[in-house]
Design a protein around this ligand. Structure first.
Ligand SMILES: *Cc1c(COP(=O)(O)O)cnc(C)c1O
Length: 377
């Protein structure tokens, strides 16, 4: 049997419970758009989507038409929103895979309308309004003219209107300003009938639509459904999200070296005592970023052990001096529980000087994803 040198365990039961808890906290009419771009944040899109379909997602969002096409193979009929821009060569995939495009500019209205005519179909679109993200979307003060152009375009059917927050995790005042700009922009749209449209703004960090007074009828959730809070101490901790992914490797060898020896490329660490080391069978080629060099910890036999020196492509060196029972072959936890210890993705990403979204996306394709289904404890 093949041994795993570095792997991620994905808990489908935890995913389902997370979705259940988020849904239960949302007003009943609220549509749940499950954001599964970038291979469902590295968790493996097809398996995540299949489970989300069974557990109450209303709709899916992906980054581009190729992710949309892959998702379409998992289920016919589910609405799929493409969040990113559609390149000219990609327009035909919208009709082919029954995808909903995001529109930000008049030029896109013309192009997609022509693509609809060529495919002899009607393409659903969501209009995106830029309320301060400065990325996609029509600037909120100019929303009305683009809205009228979409409504007048042969071949396009407006299915939703949305905006995106830039700082929901760090700046509630600016987020509230963005909400107001969005609501005000909606008021400027002539003859707007919101009963037939999805109106959405909230991501995980800005999940104010838990309130029954939410002016929106859909939310777009990525990170939270994978059991990670968008920032430490978020009020969303009340929902008790459970981590879906854990990340593991093995001890390849153990050995002892004298005080004063330098460790790994660039000699960035010198042993301050005679030490016992473990060389792990994973490195940045698997998703342990080099920024975690000399900073991260791992769990072996239930003890935290520090990373020494630079993380290399295929191997990482840790200090086992205070964990004398550790041996070659031991399981090493990079993210997740082992014994009484736990490393959450938040902590891992602080060591790696990145954000949790990025830590998930950094787990490379060399790393097999192993699926299992836990029951509620
Ligand atoms: C990625 C993304 C989301 C999901 O954000 P989370 O913080 O992971 O919940 C929502 N909306 C848009 C436009 C996105 O790009």
């Amino acid at each position: 049997m093949k041994a795993y040198r570095c792997w991620a365990e994905i808990d489908l039961g935890a995913l389902e419970r997370n979705l259940g808890r988020i849904r239960a906290a949302l007003p009943p009419h609220m549509q749940y758009v499950a954001v599964v771009k970038a291979d469902a944040y590295g968790h493996g899109m097809p398996r995540m989507v299949a489970r989300l379909m069974q557990s109450g997602a209303s709709m899916f969002a992906v980054a581009n038409v190729y992710e949309g096409a892959e998702l379409r193979e998992v289920g016919r009929g589910w609405p799929i929103l493409v969040l990113g821009p559609i390149l000219p060569e990609e327009e035909r995939y919208l009709a082919e895979y029954d995808l909903t495009a995001t529109i930000s500019t008049p030029e896109e209205v013309d192009r997609l309308s022509a693509a609809a005519a060529r495919a002899n179909t009607i393409l659903p679109v969501h209009l995106k309004i830029d309320t301060g993200m400065g990325r996609l979307g029509v600037w909120h003060e100019d929303a009305a003219s683009l809205y009228e152009k979409v409504m007048a375009a042969a071949g396009l059917k407006l299915a939703g209107i949305f905006t995106h927050f830039s700082s929901a995790d760090t700046d509630p005042a600016f987020t509230s300003e963005q909400r107001n700009r969005f609501l005000h922009a909606l008021e400027t749209l002539p003859d707007l009938d919101t009963s037939k449209l999805l109106i959405h703004a909230d991501n995980s960090a800005g999940l104010e639509s838990l309130s029954p007074d939410s002016p929106f009828n859909a939310v777009r959730i990525g990170l939270l459904q994978f059991g990670c809070l968008p920032y430490p101490d978020s009020f969303l901790a009340e929902l008790k999200p459970e981590p879906v992914l854990s990340f593991h490797t093995r001890v390849g060898i153990t050995k002892s070296l004298p005080a004063g020896t330098s460790i790994s490329y660039g000699q960035t660490f010198q042993l301050t005592r005679d030490s016992r080391l473990g060389v792990l069978t994973a490195g940045y080629g698997d998703g342990i970023p080099t920024t975690a060099s000399n900073r991260a910890q791992v769990i072996i036999r239930g003890h935290r052990c520090p990373v020494l020196g630079r993380v290399t492509m295929d191997q990482t060196i840790v200090d086992l001096t205070d964990c004398p029972e550790a041996q070659a072959g031991d399981r090493v936890t990079l993210i997740g529980h082992q014994g009484d210890e736990c490393i959450e993705v938040q902590e891992f990403s602080q060591w790696a000087m990145c954000i949790p979204w990025e830590a998930f996306c950094s787990i490379t394709k060399r790393v097999p994803r192993l699926y299992r289904t836990s029951r509620e404890q």
